[in-house]
Design a protein around this ligand. Structure first.
Ligand code: ADP
Ligand code: MG
Length: 340
């Protein structure tokens, strides 16, 4: 049985369908991420799980029990908000103890449990500080400790790393994942950042316009996108449909192939078994450090993006320039057929 079960959740604000028949199962102990562009309904669904919002229809179950209409404080669920929502006049220790105090946990036990939660986010040295004396990353960790000290079955996190700069954000991604794994708490994490979702999640739920487009492991949703939207949203993709799909890839469905799964070769190249190739002309070649990104037009007039890893020493890579005639080469197994 799933720990959190969403069934046919609908929520409308005026004329906007913020959640349109959302169903999903969250397994116990997993890091589950709701990923989608801004406005796709991620926060709405999270708030419905938390109990801050009631759905127009549909059910939320926790451990098999219908909690759809329970108030937030009667759910074994806690939320970490993007703005941290720490009490500015309270020390780190008091901030983390706060929830335990409202639950009337005795003083000594309170201090001990808060101490453990603070240690789990590695901020033992900062227990007497006030929030404004902490960095953004430290405040984020305290917000996390404050939610985890209550030992909820499920922790909901709405873009908790959104306010951090890139480097800190990447450090926190690793740390947050470790904390989740060690504590064994189920995380439902919201982000609009594809790389963040792929890096951290056991499973990703991809939202678009209030609907769930696909649910799967990072690899599944990347390698086998179920819809055109998913193929285009998760990294770069060559999406080819109709006549060109039939001519070039021999498929009657829409196909998607990632730029890094295609190769560029000189026209003299002879394809190995299982490989396919079309002649093309290089239109653009952009050096971006680790890779060179090419745009080529096939002789049938189909534009393809091809990424080439720069593995050789500078000057020794077999690079191509705009105007060069080339072969665009791929292996059939790297083509994903998009059913929808
Ligand atoms: P996300 O978190 O993916 O950015 P939201 O769930 O916040 O998306 O919003 C989904 C849609 O619902 C958006 O179009 C948003 O403007 C609308 N919406 C969300 N909350 C409200 C509200 N309280 N009142 C009116 N519209 C809302
Ligand atoms: Mg949001």
């Amino acid at each position: 049985m799933a720990l959190v079960e969403l069934r046919d959740i609908c929520k409308t604000f005026g004329s906007v369908k913020a959640a349109d028949n959302v169903s999903n199962d969250n397994e116990s102990g997993e890091f589950n991420t709701q990923l989608g562009p801004s406005g796709s309904g991620k926060t709405t669904v999270l708030r419905i799980i938390a109990g801050f919002e009631e759905p127009d229809s549909g059910t939320v179950r926790l451990n098999g029990v219908d909690i759809t209409h329970l108030p937030p404080f009667d759910r074994d669920v806690n939320t970490v908000f993007q703005d941290y929502a720490l009490f500015p006049h309270m020390t780190v220790q008091d901030n983390v103890e706060y929830g335990l105090r409202t639950r009337k946990v005795p003083k000594a036990l309170r201090a001990q449990q808060a101490g453990e939660a603070i240690a789990s986010v590695k901020l033992e040295h900062a227990t007497d500080r006030l929030p404004h004396q902490l960095s953004g990353g430290q405040r984020q960790r305290i917000a996390l400790a404050r939610a985890m000290v209550l030992r909820p079955k499920v922790l909901l996190l709405d873009e908790p790393l959104g306010a951090l700069d890139r480097q800190l954000r990447e450090e926190m991604q690793v740390e947050l994942k470790n904390i989740q794994r060690d504590a064994g708490i189920t995380f439902i994490f919201v982000t609009h950042d594809q790389e963040e979702a792929m890096r951290m999640s056991d499973r990703i739920v991809i939202f678009n316009e209030g609907r769930v487009e696909q649910v799967g492991t990072p690899e599944e949703v990347y390698e086998r996108p179920a819809t055109r939207f998913v193929a285009g949203f998760l990294g770069a993709a060559n999406i080819v449909a109709g006549d060109p799909a039939r001519k070039i890839f021999g498929r009657t469905t829409t196909v998607s192939i990632r730029p890094e799964r295609m190769q560029l070769q000189p026209v003299s190249y002879s394809a190995a078994s299982g490989e396919f190739a079309v002649t093309a002309t290089v239109k653009e070649a952009a050096f971006v450090g680790a890779n060179t990104l090419y745009v080529v037009d096939t002789d049938d007039g189909v534009r393809l993006s091809i990424s080439r890893t720069n593995t050789q020493s500078p000057g020794h890579d077999n690079r191509f320039a705009p105007g060069d005639r080339v072969l665009a080469v791929w292996h059939d197994r790297h083509i994903a057929e998009i059913p929808a």
